[in-house]
Each structure stands twice: as C-alpha cells, then as structure tokens.
Design a binder for this molecule. Structure first.
Ligand SMILES: Nc1ncnc2c1ncn2[C@@H]1O[C@H](COP(=O)(O)OP(=O)(O)OP(=O)(O)O)[C@@H](O)[C@H]1O
Length: 447
C-alpha cells in the first residue's frame, strides 16, 4: 500500500455545552488518505462527515488526537489541499477568471503566471469563453465548474469535495462527475488523491476506489472497504448493485456493538448520545411516514430499503429519517436492509386519517419520552400550558443548539398531528390541544 499523504490518528471532536457536559461529534477515529485513491465518505446526516473533512484539511483543530501531513503534524507544516464546496462559495463580485486566480494571488504568484494557469484550468473544465462572466450569469453546473477550476488551479496534492454535486440537477451532476473522473484518470490534473464527502451511495460506488461509511452518535467508522470495479462503471452491473445494496444494509442496520465510550484528556464527562435519556427524534413528518407505510403495503408489507428509495426517487438521506421514525414508532422493523411492516404499521397504512391520528397518538406517547413528558407537564399545570424553554433547557444538555431546535420542531409537528398538544408560537408555550385562545397579557393590550 502507498504511504499516507494525510493520516488521522485517534482524532475526535466534541463541543462544549453550557453545562459541564460536552457533545461528542466524532469518537476517536483513525483514517488515512493514500496516494492514487479516490476516497468517498458516506454517512447519514449529522454523522460528522463535514466535521471529519474539516479536521483532515486543517480547517478545524481536533479536540483530541492528531492529523499528519506526510507524517508531519499538520499544524507545523505547509499543506497543499483545496476544497470544493456544495454551495460553490464563489466571490460574486469577481469574474470567472478572477475567481480562479484568487487562490494563486493569495499564494503570491505573479500576475502573468497566474493568468496563464487560470486560463489553462478554465479550458480543462470546459469554461473557455466564460472568463469575463460573473457567477450570477452562470447556471449551477457552470458555477461548480468554476469551483473545480479554482480548487484545481493550485494543483492540490489532495482535492477535498464536500457534497459537490448535490446542489446540481441529476444530468448536470452526472456530466460533471464523469468529466472529473476523466481529468483524474488521464492525469490531466496532478492531484494525487481525492476525498469526497457525499450522501449519495451510487455516486460513491461510481467514483471511489475506497468507501468509508460513518455511523452516528457519535460519528465513527462503520466500514471501510475497497471498490475493485473497472472504470467506466456500469450502474446496472450486478457487482455495482451488490455494493450499493451492501452500503444500504450497513446504513440501515442497527449497531448492536457500540464502540467504547470515549473519554476526554482532562477527564471531563463526555456524553455518548446512545446513552442519553432522550432518544434523538428523526426529522420526519407524519405525512412522510404514512406515505412510506402505504408504499410498503403496496409492496406486500416488506421490501428492500434501496428499492423503496429508488421507487420514490429519494436519496438515502431523505429516506433514512422516515424509516428511522417509522421504526421508532413501531410501525416497521428493519433487518438486513429490508423494511417490514408490523401489525400496527399495517393497520396504520390502511386507516383513515382520524384513525391514523389515534394510532399515532398511542404509539408516540408509548415510544417517545419527550412527547410523553410534554403531555404530562401540560396535564399537571393548572393553566395547561408549559413554556417551550422548559424542554429546551433539558434538551440542550444533550444536543447542540441547532439540534435542540430541530428536536423541538419535530416534537411540535408530531404532537400537533396526533392532537396531543398544540403550540402557541407567539408565547412559545405548549398548550392543551383544545385550549381556548388565551387572552393577551394586560401589558400587551393597547388602550
Ligand atoms: N459548533 C457546534 N456545536 C455543537 N454541535 C455541533 C457544532 N457543529 C456541528 N455540530 C454537530 O455535529 C454533528 C455532525 O455535523 P456535520 O455537519 O459534521 O455532519 P454531516 O455528517 O456532515 O451532516 P450533513 O450530511 O447533514 O451535512 C451534528 O450533529 C451537528 O449538530
């Protein structure tokens, strides 16, 4: 095996919370990127893909562990990487040519040389003739070509890409992917390795020599394997589909053997989200859950999750939260990448909307601690209202601020659908579902 260009040794990332606790985003992880390979990093939303990319590129300092560039600590050496972002991240006030020249200017290259190199790179990505255009005049696909040209013009040893094709339409993305592969295989670019973060399984199998799949809570490597398929890869070939299916299985299979609970260097308590008192609610809407169950019913109550995603033209990131939510509520079970309806799931899929609400209410209270607590708190209060802040403060012991907001949004959404409670957005209070509109506070009354 070729020597590593970048090597991460037991890197981890955690974030401090207002309390003593810390949120562990990445548990201690070893990972290396070697010369000559395209590595794809897959994983569900929130598994820490971007966080890992940022640590490998030196953009973010690990909370513990080390990252080496050619075996030297990354902070102590000059590294040669560039990153292509999902949202292009171009400078809108600069022309296409000036955007591509920008990193060379930052590296102090003289104007003639930087213009020569930039024009050459614009030609290579098919943008000759667009040098004087501004980003806003270009389509998404063209903008991302500029993104590629700007990343490649510095001749990075490792090219990092964070979901570079996901903001593009299917055909444009396909086109750019094959052009990138061509540049790579024909060695038009001197880049020695490519590291791609994606949530698109087929994209990973199409491009990568090696695929790493992350799991969540906290982020950790679930599998890391080589893809030994010849290029160009045939998406319909058995070997291709087998790999796609395998990755789906890994992503949908519950992890029965959790890795050891991490410890921080200074001995502070690190929370493992698996051991939290609140389970993380998957962000799915009741309508989406019902849609999935109905589709499964049409498929005789059981099907491969990969096939379901294909039927729905969903990407795994869109489908997984719905599958997770349906599983949490007891509507289906997941085994070896297959989802199967449970008896209550079958009843739900066949029911009319009012009966669906009744069933949802029962299973939600039974299975979701947060909803149970909200209902109990409303019942216990004489005015039958509870401030959102109360639950916010409990949740943010365990989740980031952003995730706390998302958890509350999902709880409100589910609670409203099941008519367990209502939410008064102006007062930020949970209320009884049949509560009469409260009169405004006296000081809010305008005389
Ligand atoms: N500053 C922060 N403070 C607390 N938690 C954070 C912070 N930044 C990120 N996180 C958490 O880290 C986790 C991993 O985030 P990250 O963006 O790396 O995941 P991802 O796999 O790239 O997700 P996606 O596919 O949705 O982009 C998330 O749960 C996120 O809420």
């Amino acid at each position: 095996m070729k020597p590593a260009i970048i090597r991460a040794e037991r890197v981890e990332k955690y974030y401090a919370q207002p309390s003593e606790n810390r949120i562990q985003v990445i548990s201690p992880t070893d990972l290396s990127i070697a010369e000559g390979e395209i590595v794809a990093l897959l994983g569900p939303s929130g598994s820490g893909k971007s966080t890992l990319l940022r640590m490998l590129t030196g953009l973010s300092v690990p909370s513990a562990g080390k990252v080496f560039w050619h075996e030297k600590p990354i902070a102590e050496t000059e590294i040669n990487v560039s990153i292509v972002f999902q949202n292009f991240a171009l400078f809108p006030w600069l022309t296409v040519l000036e955007n591509v020249e920008a990193p060379l200017k930052a590296r102090g290259l003289d104007p003639i040389e930087r213009r020569r190199r930039s024009k050459h790179m614009l030609d290579a990505v098919g943008l000759d003739g667009f040098q004087a255009a501004y980003p806003k005049e270009l389509s998404g696909g063209m903008r991302q070509r500029v993104g590629f040209a700007r990343a490649l013009v510095v001749e990075p040893e490792v090219l990092f890409m964070d979901e570079p094709f996901s903001a593009l339409d299917v055909l444009t993305a396909e086109n750019l992917r094959s052009e990138l592969l061509e540049l790579w295989h024909k060695k038009t670019i001197p880049t020695k390795s490519i590291f791609l973060v994606t949530h698109n399984i087929e994209e990973a199998v199409q491009l990568a020599d090696r695929i790493i799949v992350l799991g969540r809570n906290p982020g950790h490597v679930r599998t890391d394997f080589r893809v030994n398929l010849q290029h160009p890869r045939d998406r319909k070939a058995h070997a291709f589909l087998d790999l796609v299916d395998y990755i789906y299985k890994v992503l949908t299979q519950p992890e029965t053997q959790p890795p050891a609970l991490p410890r921080t260097a200074d001995g502070k308590r690190v929370r493992d989200q698996r051991l939290m008192s609140y389970q993380m609610l998957p962000h799915a809407r009741p309508g989406g859950i019902a849609g999935l169950l109905e589709l499964l019913l049409d498929h005789n109550g059981k099907d491969d999750i990969y096939r379901l995603a294909d039927d729905l033209a969903f990407e795994i990131d869109d489908l997984l939260p719905i599958v997770d939510a349906a599983s949490l509520l007891g509507f289906l079970t997941v085994n070896e990448g297959d989802a199967a309806l449970t008896p209550i799931g079958i009843e739900y899929a066949n029911a009319e909307i009012l009966r669906q609400k009744d069933i949802f209410r029962e299973v939600a209270v039974e299975n979701v601690l947060l909803l149970r607590q909200i209902v109990r708190a409303i019942d216990a209060k004489s005015d039958h209202t509870v401030p959102e802040e109360f639950f916010h403060d409990m949740l943010d012991e365990q989740f980031s601020e952003e995730e706390t907001q998302r958890q509350l949004e999902t709880a409100i959404n589910w609670g409203r659908f099941a008519e367990l409670f209502d939410f008064d957005a102006s007062r930020r209070r949970f209320t009884h579902p049949e509560a009469l509109q409260m009169p405004p506070d006296e000081d809010e009354v305008v005389a």
